[in-house]
Design a protein around this ligand. Structure first.
Ligand SMILES: [Zn+2]
Ligand SMILES: [Zn+2]
Length: 403
């Protein structure tokens, strides 16, 4: 029979990668909780309209990259291309937006985009992210950025922070009008020509060098901010300075999604290819309202996990791992009881086959155990067990009641 293979662009995460993956999620979850964020899990499948209305029509995701299909109940559904929209949907559906106050969430899980699987591009990939609702202050933007900085610091991943301000309802619309005038006579690439109609500021997002060259001298939104946006942007930069967080103001940074307002940021890693963003986020003060909720401000970020796995080191083992084995029938009968008791405090590996002392010993070493216990006939008759602490090289025979 033919072997069944996984789908293109969809990878298993296993072995050493899986160990790092889990470690990353556990660490990030702990860090997010320190900043007051609470875990939330939303379905990977949603009504397509949710993403159409949130991600926006000018983004590549909505236009061509969604895993979209009709289910058996004739519903138009899509696999989530990102995490924010579902959380906003939840926020509105549960009427949290009407309650007032500040709410902080973190999430992780698989996201789906039907991209051409070029090197490194996955159709199923994982993100870890945080969202804060109901906090207007730029200090929350700072908080969010500080959290990402601390995550990368913990994993010793060198990054460069790029920031920009995308303005607000007062300054963005007039800027857009001017921008459209300024670029109407300039012939850009096909994608940018479409962007002129859907969302002109996204021309700055273009990877085409010719477009970048032609747009070099065009005024950016950062040069046309209203007083409030400018003050907030200045305050944010001042606060980043005071926390000794280094950054670059990147006026071309407009982010791939339409819903961003004010602060936008990306963390660029020099280690993966050229100029690759490994995390990004910003403020999106209109999205809750845009999806039918109250006017509630929001800010958040997402980190792509797969690309980081190559950059992080395997977790240091800071817990004792016991290996317990039996060398004869009587010992084997006792094994489960002894293992079960030891598991209340430790990670315990075992082997349900009778093996020689040496075989068990070598097995334990192979499995990176830190401590070995072997049930031999002689000790067992005395109610004892042979043990060795490999870290400190100490051998002991201890009473089973104390083991
Ligand atoms: Zn403004
Ligand atoms: Zn272009």
């Amino acid at each position: 029979m033919d072997k069944i293979q996984s789908l293109r662009g969809m990878n298993d995460i296993s072995e050493a990668q899986a160990e790092k993956f889990l470690y990353f999620l556990q660490r990030c979850s702990k860090i997010a909780q320190k900043y007051g964020h609470k875990y939330i899990s939303t379905p990977i499948l949603e009504q397509t309209v949710l993403f159409e209305r949130s991600v926006g029509n000018s983004s590549d995701i909505a236009t061509k990259e969604m895993y979209r299909f009709t289910d058996k109940g004739h519903n138009d559904v899509s696999l989530r291309p990102e995490g924010t929209a579902s959380i906003v949907r939840h926020f509105i559906e549960k009427k949290i937006d009407k309650a007032g106050g500040v709410f902080r969430f973190f999430y992780y899980g698989p996201m789906f985009r039907y991209e051409r699987p070029q090197k490194g591009r996955l159709r199923q990939f994982h993100q870890f992210g945080c969202e804060t609702f109901g906090e207007d202050s730029y200090m929350e933007d700072l908080n969010i950025i500080d959290m990402v900085v601390n995550i990368f610091k913990f994993f010793e991943i060198p990054t460069t922070l790029h920031i920009n301000s995308l303005g607000c309802d007062d300054c963005m619309p007039s800027y857009k009008k001017n921008l459209l005038n300024n670029i109407s006579g300039i012939k850009l690439c096909d994608i940018c020509e479409k962007r002129k109609i859907t969302n002109p500021i996204r021309v700055f997002d273009c990877k085409n060098e010719k477009c970048q060259e032609k747009l070099q001298n065009i005024d950016k939104i950062t040069d046309s901010l209203c007083k409030i946006c400018q003050n907030e942007f200045d305050s944010l930069m001042g606060s980043l300075d005071s926390l000794c967080i280094k950054y670059i103001v990147n006026k071309n940074l407009v982010r791939g999604l339409d819903y961003y307002t004010k602060t936008a940021f990306e963390f660029i890693s020099g280690d993966i290819g050229s100029q690759n963003a490994i995390a990004g986020g910003g403020r999106y003060n209109h999205l809750v309202e845009q999806l039918g909720g109250e006017k509630v401000s929001a800010v958040g970020f997402a980190i792509g996990i797969e690309r980081l796995l190559e950059l992080i080191n395997k977790p240091k083992q800071d817990q004792d791992i016991w290996y317990i084995g039996a060398t004869n029938d009587e010992a084997l009968e006792q094994l489960s009881k002894i293992v079960s008791k030891k598991r209340s405090d430790y990670i315990v590996l075992t082997d349900y086959k009778i093996r020689s002392f040496t075989k068990h010993f070598n097995n334990a070493i192979k499995k990176s155990a830190t401590n070995i216990a072997i049930l031999n006939k002689q000790e067992l008759t005395n109610g004892q067990i042979w043990t060795k602490d490999l870290t400190n090289d100490i051998e002991k025979i201890v009473s089973l009641s104390n083991f």
